[in-house]
Ligand binder design. Structure first.
Ligand code: DGL
Length: 289
């Protein structure tokens, strides 16, 4: 990274920092931009180390700490952990160590699901997210009586990254296999607990049937981010659309080419940053929210 944009004097002009294991978190950025179009966003996609979803929670925690340390260089007013796996593994650690507030994707998604139905809740996510039990904990914290079934769907991330369409027979076959147990469980709502799954939402919706609502965390995370920023009087006052500045730890050409499919817009800037440049550097800043 050659130069980071200088931070504005007005704290409301500071960017929102967003990180993910790769491109998928741009589905969350899409919702942030829809809810708060004037906000500048700095995004880190750790594409060199994707997937996080098959790694141990200790490894993901280390990656998440490094990702946030990188974002702190941009003096963000809020950090969004857009990756479900990183949120599941590291949110407590990040909340305890990050000098600005951190919004995760798990708790807003769990809350949105509970508000949508009184019935059982299904969750599909990566292996690491399911192994962490983070969705079960987040749901139980809000409603301990709620029955939850979580299913790991490891093939879905590569399928989405490959750009296969939702009516591709391979996609439908894989989904049908993963969702069989959940169809029998008959949830009132299914949480799409991974950044990539919103891109398969119509196929998932068809297989689960019209009585099962689908929750992707993106909109709930955008709402939570809006709530925290407005509560701290940190919403951008800009009348023009905010910028989207992306950093990736792998091929920026591939990142640029695929980013619009995930984020719904072209980034204003895409730059490479090596994983060796992400290491922790303490910043002199105190919690401001
Ligand atoms: N971003 C990850 C998540 O939401 C999916 C991709 C990965 O496994 O790294 O869990």
């Amino acid at each position: 990274v050659t130069s980071a944009p200088s931070s504005s004097q007005d704290p409301r002009g500071r960017p929102i920092g967003v990180f993910d294991s790769g491109l998928g978190g741009l589905t969350v950025v899409r919702e942030l931009c829809r809810r708060m179009p004037g906000e500048d966003i700095v995004y880190l996609g750790d594409s060199a180390r994707v997937p996080y979803g098959t790694k141990s929670l200790e490894t993901v925690r280390r990656f998440a700490r490094e990702d946030v340390a990188f974002l702190l260089r941009f003096n963000p007013k809020l950090v969004v952990a857009a990756c479900n796996t990183a949120s599941a593994a590291a949110i407590e650690m990040l909340e305890a160590t990050c000098p600005v507030e951190v919004v995760d994707v798990i708790r807003p998604g769990a809350k949105a699901a509970i508000e949508l139905t009184d019935a059982r809740i299904g969750v599909i996510a990566t292996e690491a997210t399911v192994a962490s039990g983070a969705y079960e904990r987040a749901i139980a914290a809000l409603d301990p009586s709620r029955k939850v079934m979580s299913v790991a769907c490891p093939l879905l991330v590569p399928i989405v990254e490959e750009g296969r369409s939702e009516d591709d027979p391979i996609v439908l076959h894989v989904l049908a296999d993963y969702l069989r147990g959940l169809q029998r469980f008959r949830p009132g709502v299914l949480i799409l607990g991974c950044t990539h799954y919103p891109l398969l939402s119509s196929a998932i919706g068809k297989l689960m049937g019209p009585d099962v609502g689908l929750v992707s965390s993106g909109a709930a995370v955008a709402e939570e981010s809006y709530r925290r920023l407005s509560g701290a009087d940190l919403l951008s006052q800009a009348s023009s659309p905010g910028t989207l500045r992306c950093y990736t730890t792998d091929n920026p050409g591939r990142f640029s080419a695929l980013s619009e499919r995930f984020g719904g817009r072209k980034p204003d800037h895409v730059e490479y940053v090596g994983t060796d440049e992400l290491e922790f550097r303490p910043v002199e800043s105190s919690r401001e929210m």
